[in-house]
Write a protein that binds this ligand. Structure first.
Ligand code: ADP
Ligand code: MG
Length: 729
């Protein structure tokens, strides 16, 4: 067979830009048309059913069986009128992907005819045979039943002529087997805790929503080139590849003109996203060549998590139509930027106010400071957990890579707010109460809105940065679901707010005036959580030293980082708030370790196979042509000239042998290390062994393969090179 790389290159070069067929409607006319949104509900549900669903969405009130039947009938008519033939419960198992099992609406009836059926029970609950989903030992195979149950807060939608119903997924014994279950519980916790604290400031606040706006980064490569790289296909990243002479050093890709082929792809996925109600808003080129970003308008966190999941699915699906493969991996290419999923988080009240947005009055500023300081304190208390939930083999390459947040968790709030917190920390003033009983406390400090207007200072290196009216959690990996990040942030802040309320109430009980009590507790928290605040360059070496002095952890690999998932502190946090039990946490920990181990195992196998079957044979083939050449020279030249002219070839022949030898030795050693690791039963030990004994061979082997890439005749090299993968074709 001819060199597959050239076949792929030829295919990629002949691509023409696919045209997108735009609907002849305005975006506002097709936005959300494939979701069972409020207008659809009004049209297809009885008034009673509509109210009950709205109550379930807004107040979490359960929908009874009779109403469920009515809702099901409405959804069915809507779905069928919009072309759906099947339905499925759509859930987020612990694989991190989405899962679905489709059933047809059609049911045969006597006389050989069929009718579409969909009852309340099929809407609200299903029992998929779930034995093949990871459960971390929670569900033994003899009790393989798992249940999915409807989540009315995330609207059903139609994709590929299938009605998709977002659901939670739990085991027969009631344990969570998915991300949505603990997410909904964490969101409930933050709602309750934040409302309780808001009551100090405003009695009209009865509901608090967490908001999430993610920013999804990804790479695009031509599908033919992707398929010519077994490492990309099997592991999602390149295990080899010499850097391209030009990549991102000229900084000419970021915000540059979007290539036409990529633009057509974006227009098409945005169109589909909008029809599904996913409010994608911005698109741009990212730092690395062929790297892009898409971000929506923020939404309520549970919906936003589902929408990100849906978007990742759309990206992959629509990319195929354009003969692209989308790479969601955190680090598909060494040496250029990796991809993240910045998760912007804030809290919004029923009256639409942002609790992390400073207000105009001293009172609302005290509220703002309350939420800001409690968030920072929560991050301080649970930094290790935050590090744990973003740990993955893909993110290990990215974190601390001088382009992404480091593995040390810290929070940035900007110079002016830092100054303000420092002033509060050292203030000896008491709160002054004006004639209306309002606090004048903060009148002594600089006005916060003015500070923030000025505050253009954005620290791009911080993993958790306050950016004016929200926190931006930047360490989430591009392929991850946002759910763990949202479970964790909301839960730790909820837990912290509850402690805050307790502390404040205790002081009030001792006859301290409310505002004074709040101020005193904040002051204490500001002091206690100081070590987590860092305004400097998170990529610097000095920070590593400084963070160690402050007692902050720095776990630079997944197995180490994951330990915090079952620490005493974490178990207490999740159990006290009824989000996950210790057993459920342990199961999740185990699943993460298994996942890590399997990923490294697969990468190691691919690396070994490619080295032995692709790289070494080609290197030897090229070496043979050099040997033939030397032999030929010897025949046609006199001894002296031959000695002079064959020198270069001889050198290359030797170098090739040296690299081949090294590759073989390291591959052999890596396989031996793998055998040892595979014999270990304990998953904690096994994952650490993979990390410490197997993984280090990757870079050793890669170094020599990449050297060979530079030596071997370009016409023979079998794998598409970085310069071919990274520039749009
Ligand atoms: P960048 O971080 O690239 O400078 P922006 O700050 O404008 O961009 O916003 C990035 C993301 O932050 C968007 O996805 C947006 O929806 C989200 N965002 C903005 N405000 C909030 C908020 N109050 N809560 C959650 N996400 C928000
Ligand atoms: Mg951002």
């Amino acid at each position: 067979m001819d060199n597959i790389r050239f076949i792929a290159l030829q295919t990629a070069m002949c691509r023409t830009q696919k045209s997108v067929s735009f609907p002849d409607k305005k975006a506002s006319e097709y936005f959300g048309e494939l979701t069972f949104n409020e207008p659809a509900m009004r049209e297809y549900l009885t008034e009673e059913a509509f109210q009950k669903v709205m109550n379930a969405i807004e107040k979490g009130i359960k929908i009874d069986r009779g109403i469920a039947d009515q809702v099901a009938a409405g959804i069915k008519s809507w779905a069928i009128n919009n072309g759906a033939t099947h339905y499925t419960h759509w859930f987020l198992p612990l694989t991190g992907a989405t899962a679905e099992k489709h059933d047809a609406f059609i049911d045969p009836v006597e006389g050989g005819e069929g009718i579409e059926k969909f009852r309340g029970i099929e809407l609200t609950q299903q029992e998929p045979d779930a034995s093949s989903f990871p459960s971390g030992g929670i569900r033994s195979t003899f009790e393989a039943r798992g249940y999915t149950a409807w989540d009315p807060t995330s609207p059903a939608f139609i994709m590929d002529r299938t009605l998709c119903i977002p659901t939670v997924f739990v085991s027969y014994t009631g344990e969570a087997l998915d991300y949505k279950t603990p997410l909904l519980k964490a969101l409930y916790a933050i709602d309750k805790a934040a409302v309780d604290v808001c009551q100090y400031f405003d009695k009209d606040i009865t509901k608090v929503f967490a908001t999430l706006g993610w920013e999804q980064e990804y790479f695009l490569v031509d599908e033919a080139l992707f398929q010519a790289r077994p490492d990309l296909m099997l592991t999602g990243r390149t295990l080899f590849g010499h850097s391209s002479a030009k990549d991102q050093q000229l900084e000419d890709h970021y915000f540059g003109t979007i290539p036409q082929r990529a633009m057509a792809f974006m227009q098409e996925f945005e169109l589909e996203a909008h029809r599904l109600g996913v409010p994608v808003k911005t698109r741009h080129n990212e730092v690395a060549p062929n790297q892009f970003e898409c971000a929506p308008v923020f939404e309520e966190a549970n919906l936003s998590v589902d929408h990100n999941q849906l978007l990742m699915h759309l990206l992959e699906k629509i990319a195929k139509r354009h003969h692209f493969t989308v790479l969601l991996h955190e680090k598909p290419f060494a040496g250029v930027n990796g991809s993240g999923k910045h998760s912007n988080w804030s809290l919004k009240t029923n009256s639409g106010e942002n609790l992390l947005s400073p207000g105009r009055t001293p009172k609302s500023n005290l509220r703002f400071l309350t939420f800001l300081v409690n968030t920072v304190k929560a991050v301080y208390e649970h930094a290790d957990l935050i590090r744990a939930i973003i740990a993955s083999p893909g993110n290990d390459h990215r974190l601390g890579g001088n382009e992404a947040p480091p593995a040390i968790v810290s929070a940035f709030i900007g110079a002016q707010l830092t100054q303000l917190l420092n002033m509060i920390e050292t203030s000896t003033k008491k709160v002054r109460i004006d004639s209306n009983g309002d606090t004048e406390l903060l009148k002594d400090f600089p006005k916060i809105p003015e500070i923030l207007l000025d505050n253009t200072d954005r620290n791009r290196t911080s993993p958790f940065a306050f950016t004016g009216d929200k926190f931006e959690f930047r360490a989430v990996g591009s392929s991850h679901t946002c759910a763990p990040a949202m479970i964790t942030i909301n839960l730790i802040v909820a837990d912290q707010l509850m402690k805050f309320k307790k502390d404040v109430d205790a002081l009030i009980g001792k006859k301290v005036r409310k505002d004074n009590a709040i101020f005193q507790v904040l002051k204490k928290y500001i002091k206690e959580s100081k070590p987590i605040r860092f305004e400097g360059n998170n990529y610097s070496e000095e920070w590593v030293t400084e963070a160690a002095k402050r007692g902050l952890s720095n776990h630079n690999n997944t197995p180490d980082a994951l330990k915090a998932m079952t620490s005493k502190k974490t178990v207490r946090l999740f159990a006290d708030n009824n989000v996950l039990s210790e057993r459920e946490l342990e199961a999740r920990y185990e699943i993460k370790l298994e996942h890590y181990t399997k990923k490294i195992q697969i990468e190691s196998r691919v690396l070994g196979d490619l080295s032995m079957n692709h790289i070494i044979p080609i290197a030897i083939k090229y070496q043979n042509t050099l040997i033939d050449n030397v032999k030929g020279l010897k025949q046609v030249l006199d001894y002296q000239t031959y000695g002079k002219l064959s020198h270069n070839q001889m050198e290359t022949i030797t170098e090739i042998s040296e690299h081949v030898d090294k590759i073989k030795t390291f591959v052999h050693k890596m396989i031996e290390a793998r055998k040892v690791a595979n014999r270990i039963d304990d998953i904690v030990e096994k994952s650490h062994t993979y990390c410490k004994q197997v993984y280090p061979f990757f870079s050793e082997i890669r170094t020599h393969v990449d050297k060979l890439e530079m030596l071997v005749d370009d016409e023979l090299w079998p794998l598409p090179k970085y310069r071919e993968l990274l520039f749009m074709r």
